[in-house]
Design a protein around this ligand. Structure first.
Ligand code: VGL
Ligand code: ZN
Length: 197
């Protein structure tokens, strides 16, 4: 027996947040068990593609002297520098031909955790007729959280795929607290997408 899964349809878009080499094991800012999101996201991407529903991938795309890096007094090691291998999407995600890529944090300052932050993503989703975003990726307590809270504030319905997110957990429990906060603001927590078996 397994739990029912979210069954996507018209008005839904899949939002894959920052699934980049630097956030995976061995990367510059590795999220613990970050590669656990790959299988669930591969399945979600395939299902959305099969159904002709939009798939949007955000990426952290920083200049080499980005304000969030330790060398500039920021909280993080250098990561996801534009055009470097660390900024590449995880190998094997298999995005569909029509995938839309949203780059964020592209200026030296300020940082941007949210995929909606000065990217045009909100209006773009509106133009696509999207009413609900289904979100997975990295990291639960930073870019997933910020992206989900912005989507809710903009009036989109949101489902977070709990099997398809992992947290940095700078403090133990950060990821769980972030999920709770997203749920309190109106996001639904769903374990996965797919047909109910
Ligand atoms: C992220 C820390 C710094 C993220 C990005 O994608 O969650 N976290 N930059
Ligand atoms: Zn970053």
């Amino acid at each position: 027996m397994s739990l029912p899964a979210l069954n996507p349809g018209p008005g839904d878009a899949l939002l894959v947040v920052d699934v980049q080499r630097d956030f995976l094991p061995g990367g510059a800012l590795a999220v613990p068990c970050g590669n656990a999101v790959l299988g669930p996201l591969r399945r979600a991407i395939a299902l959305f593609a099969e159904r002709g529903l939009p798939v949007i991938a955000t990426r952290d795309w920083h200049p080499p002297d980005h304000c969030s890096f330790a060398a500039q007094g920021g909280p993080w090691p250098a990561h996801c520098i534009a055009e470097t291998s660390g900024a590449e999407f995880a190998p094997g995600l298999r995005f569909p031909p029509g995938v839309e890529i949203v780059s964020k944090g592209v200026e030296r300052t300020p940082d941007a955790y949210s995929g909606f932050d000065r990217t045009g993503l909100g209006p773009r989703l509106g133009a696509l007729g999207v009413r609900r975003v289904i979100v997975g990726g990295l990291a639960t307590d930073y870019c997933v959280r910020a992206t989900v809270l912005d989507a809710l504030a903009l009036g989109f319905a949101v489902a977070v795929l709990t099997d398809a997110v992992r947290a940095v957990d700078v403090e133990a429990g950060d990821g769980e607290r972030a999920l709770q906060e997203m749920a309190e603001r109106g996001a639904r927590l769903e374990h996965a997408v797919g047909e109910t078996p």
